[in-house]
Design a binder for this molecule. Structure first.
Ligand SMILES: *Cc1c(COP(=O)(O)O)cnc(C)c1O
Length: 485
């Protein structure tokens, strides 16, 4: 360690530190990297959405780890050449596959600041934790949850669904943390269109996915509440213990929103926990015109959703909101000598975020979310949510006007499922051709046993002309493959 000789003279970098010897050179390099990634975002429209990774490139990334240093400008060059062009393309307006957010330049810059600060959001008394608490209060207010409600940033809705299920399990098995689930025969309910992460949550919680009932859906792809009531009665009659209903606000297949008020009524009658998976759909709350569709969401016991989908925050930023904050704490808080809390000093201001989930070290997800909501304004994020639904309706109307195309499900929000009037195999071929063309990237699903091309409009950059280009590509390949000219 070398020390400055005079006050004001900078400390020299210790030879084993990872800081640069030449900060000025690093700054120049850093600005070049920033410019390149801003160029990527600014000019993304002129790129293909996605392209196949060349075989040589894949192979080049199977080398053993070297002990030698590589200059930063060389790594930057490799990133630009090898990695950036072969990303999945969800920042691109032509990306309509699965349910991916587009991200924003502001979110990216916030992520940079957060990486530089390198804050650990597990706990302790510092402003980053206060910022996360501010976000928790905003989320609580947005969804009209009570003051005792608690919340936590997590990686995504898969994790948030698991946490919601674990808090619900705690509510029926208060001794579960010491005694395990013993012989509890707990049964959970969701719709046949629910996300697979709920099934995985049952597995991880030790409850078994056989005990997740997948309730049939109605013509609008919403959970059939009568069938749900009957399933609960049948399970009770068989000596099992129903405990958990997971409704969905925006299913991944079609964007359908379960009747949340009917589910809340039934959950109240039956004294069951109501969880809502609102992965992307919950943020429709930010749009005054769409918010009424979510009526009943404020009655949930727990709500899982993502800021990285419709909220456009860069990956990852999921969230779990729990009505009963005390129960949430009881589910996870774990005393340990090295995590001792104090009234003053750095170990003050308990409970900490780590008391609300299984993770101790946690990243500063709240910062990019706060920057996004503050910089654009919550109203503008809501308007972009509403805009994606408008684009989806435009696509729906265009499909309805094309005799060779068939709409496969009602368009509740931003997801449009359709197919070329031909068999499954041909539609599969069309989908791959469109993806490989680089023009657009829809994905697929099966609805009532039939293959569907699925366009989920989530990216704030996607416009009517982008879905037009996708549709024209589908028609062109469909006509070509069926020999229509
Ligand atoms: C995306 C999605 C999930 C999973 O969320 P992740 O953030 O990918 O973990 C769960 N449910 C629904 C309805 C989704 O759309």
């Amino acid at each position: 360690m070398t020390h400055a000789k005079h006050p004001g003279e900078p400390l020299q970098t210790a030879h084993d530190s990872l800081d640069p010897a030449d900060w000025q050179a690093l700054r120049t390099q850093a600005h070049a990297m920033l410019d390149d990634i801003l160029d990527y975002q600014q000019r993304i429209r002129v790129r293909p959405v996605w392209q196949t990774i060349p075989d040589e490139l894949r192979l080049a990334y199977r080398q053993p780890l070297s002990t030698e240093a590589t200059p930063l400008d060389e790594l930057h060059r490799q990133f630009m050449h090898d990695i950036l062009p072969y990303a999945v393309g969800n920042a691109h307006p032509g990306f309509m596959g699965w349910v991916h957010g587009g991200g924003t330049p502001v979110g990216m810059l916030a992520e940079m600041l957060s990486a530089g600060l390198n804050a650990n959001l597990g706990g302790r008394d510092h402003m980053p934790v206060e910022l996360e608490r501010q976000m928790v209060r905003w989320v609580r207010d947005l969804f009209d949850f009570p003051a005792e409600a608690s919340g936590l940033f997590v990686s995504g809705t898969s994790m948030a669904n698991l946490l919601g299920l674990l808090v619900a399990r705690q509510s029926v098995l208060p001794a579960v943390r010491t005694q395990g689930i013993e012989h509890a025969r707990l049964v959970a309910y969701t719709s046949s269109c629910a996300h697979v992460s709920l099934k995985q949550a049952m597995e991880i919680a030790g409850l078994g996915n056989d005990n997740l009932r997948q309730i049939p859906i109605d013509a609008d792809f919403r959970m059939d509440v009568t069938a749900l009531r009957n399933a609960i009665a049948a399970d009770r009659a068989a000596g099992l213990t129903p405990f958990f209903i997971a409704g969905t606000a925006g299913t991944v297949n079609t964007g359908a929103i379960d009747d949340l008020n009917a589910l809340a009524d039934l959950a109240a009658d039956e004294k069951l926990w109501l969880h809502v998976d609102g992965a992307f759909g919950a943020l429709a709350k930010l749009s005054p015109e769409l918010a009424p569709l979510l009526s009943g969401i404020e009655r949930a016991d727990s709500l899982a959703f993502d800021f990285h989908k419709w909220g456009q925050v860069p990956y990852d930023a999921g969230f779990i909101l729990v009505r009963d904050g005390r129960l949430h704490l009881d589910t996870f808080a774990a005393p340990a000598a090295y995590l001792q809390r104090e009234a003053r000093g750095m170990a003050a201001n308990s409970p900490w975020p780590c008391d609300y989930g299984p993770e101790l070290s946690r990243s500063f997800r709240a910062l990019k979310t706060w920057f996004t909501l503050r910089s654009y304004g919550a109203g503008k994020i809501g308007a972009s949510v509403a805009h994606t639904c408008e684009v989806a309706r435009h696509l729906r109307d265009r499909i309805a006007a094309e005799p060779t195309l068939e709409l496969m499900a009602p368009v509740a929000l931003n997801i449009v499922c359709f197919r070329y009037r031909a068999d499954d195999a041909l539609n599969q071929r069309i989908l791959v051709a469109v993806q490989e063309s680089g023009i657009a990237a829809p994905s697929s699903t099966h609805l009532n046993g039939r293959f569907a091309i699925r366009a989920a409009i989530v990216n704030h950059r996607t416009t009517a002309s982008d879905v037009d280009a996708m549709l024209e590509a589908v028609l062109r390949y469909g006509n070509e493959f069926t020999g229509v000219t």
